[in-house]
Design a protein around this ligand. Structure first.
Ligand code: CP
Length: 323
C-alpha cells in the first residue's frame, strides 16, 4: 500500500539537527527516526512513479570532489522524488582552478538560492567545515576515511528489513577497516543499535585499538565465519593507501574473499552486504555477489529511501529553525 502525501506530515519533534555529518554523534532515537523515515519513504514511493511533494521549491547542490556512482545519483533522485531540484557541481572545470577556496565556492553556490548541500571530499571534516560556514543544511556524502553516514544507514536498514532488529546480531565488517568511511559509520550505528561488531582483515588494516570501542577484532575470517549473521564486505581503498597493506591481491583474496567454499561454512541464512563498488574476485566472488544471500542491490535501493529521509529531516529542521 502506498502512503498518501498528506500522511507524511511534518518531521518528528525529536529531530532537531540541520546537518547530517556522521553517525558517531547520533542518539539511538535519532538513528531510529532516520531508519523509520526511510521505511516510510520507501513504502510511499515503492512503485517508482510517485513524487512526494514535501520539498517543492527547494534546491539541493551536490558538491562532489571525489568520484561517485551510487551516492551522487541517489541524492539527486531522492531530491527529485521529494519534489525538489538538484544541481551537480564538479570541481574539475570550476573556478577552484583559479584559486577560489572551497568555502567561497560553496558560499557562492548557496547565494544562488540553495537550500541544502551534499558534500563528498577526500579530506576528513570538509562537510563539517561547510556546515560551520553555510546557512543551509549540509549532508556528509563521504569525507575521506572518516564517515559516510547515509551508507551506514542504508546498510543497517537493509539488515533490519531482513531480521527485524539489529539487537543481538553478530555483524562482521571484513576488509579495509583502516581506510573505510563505511566501516566507521557502520561501527557507530551498529553498536548503538545493539549489534555485536567484528572487524576482520589483515593486521595492517584492522587496529587492535578498536577493541576499546567495544568491537571484536579478528584477522581470521574462517574462524569467525560460523558465528556471523551478516558479512559486510568492504572494498580495499587502494586510492587512500601510500603502501600496499598486503603482499598481493591474490593473497588477500585467498584469506578474505567471500566465495562458495566459505559460504558452505557460514551460518544458515547469512546476509551478504557490500557497499559498492565491488571488486569481483577480491572481496567477493561473482557467484556469491550475485547469489541468493546477496543484498547488494537491495542496499542500493534502500540508499534512495535513506537519502530521501535525510534530506527531508535536515531541510525540515532548517525550515523550523527559520520560522
Ligand atoms: N558506496 C558508495 O558510496 O558508492 P559510490 O562511491 O558509487 O557513491
Amino acid at each position: 500500500m502506498s502512503l498518501d502525501v498528506t500522511e507524511i506530515g511534518s518531521i518528528p519533534a525529536a529531530w532537531t539537527r540541520r546537518h547530517l555529518l556522521g553517525l558517531e554523534d547520533l542518539s539511538v532515537e535519532e538513528l531510529n527516526i532516520l531508519l523509520d523515515s526511510a521505511e516510510m519513504f520507501k513504502e510511499a514511493t515503492d512503485d517508482c512513479t510517485r513524487k512526494i511533494q514535501v520539498l517543492t521549491g527547494k534546491t539541493c547542490a551536490n558538491l562532489f570532489f571525489e568520484n561517485s556512482t551510487r551516492t551522487r545519483t541517489s541524492f539527486s533522485l531522492a531530491m527529485r522524488r521529494l519534489g525538489g531540484d538538484t544541481i551537480d557541481f564538479a570541481s574539475g572545470g570550476s573556478s577552484m582552478s583559479k584559486g577560489e577556496t572551497i568555502i567561497d565556492t560553496a558560499k557562492n553556490i548557496e547565494a544562488m538560492g540553495i537550500h541544502a548541500v551534499v558534500c563528498r571530499h577526500r579530506t576528513p571534516g570538509t562537510p563539517h567545515l561547510l556546515s560551520n560556514n553555510l546557512n543551509c543544511p549540509v549532508i556528509n556524502a563521504g569525507d575521506g576515511p572518516h564517515e559516510h553516514p547515509t551508507q551506514g544507514l542504508l546498510d543497517i536498514l537493509t539488515i533490519r528489513q531482513q531480521r527485524g532488529t539489529l539487537a543481538g546480531l553478530t555483524v562482521a565488517l571484513v576488509g579495509d577497516i583502516q581506510f573505510s568511511r563505511t566501516a566507521r559509520s557502520n561501527i557507530w550505528g551498529l553498536k548503538k543499535l545493539g549489534a555485536h561488531v567484528i572487524l576482520c582483515g589483515p593486521a595492517t588494516l584492522v587496529s587492535p585499538l578498536w577493541r576499546e570501542f567495544g568491537c571484536e577484532v579478528s584477522h581470521n575470517l574462517d574462524e569467525i565465519l560460523p558465528r556471523c549473521d551478516v558479512l559486510n564486505l568492504l572494498r580495499i581503498q587502494f586510492e587512500r593507501q601510500s603502501t600496499r597493506p598486503f603482499p598481493s591481491v591474490r593473497e588477500y583474496a585467498h584469506l578474505y574473499a567471500m566465495d562458495r567454499r566459505r559460504m558452505d561454512r557460514a551460518k544458515d541464512g547469512v546476509l551478504i552486504l557490500a557497499p559498492g563498488p565491488i571488486n569481483r574476485g577480491v572481496e567477493v566472488t561473482t557467484d556469491v555477489a550475485d547469489g541468493p544471500h546477496s543484498l547488494i542491490l537491495s542496499q542500493v535501493t534502500n540508499g534512495l529511501a535513506v537519502r530521501m529521509a535525510a534530506l527531508w529531516l535536515v531541510c525540515g529542521a532548517a525550515a523550523r529553525d527559520n520560522e
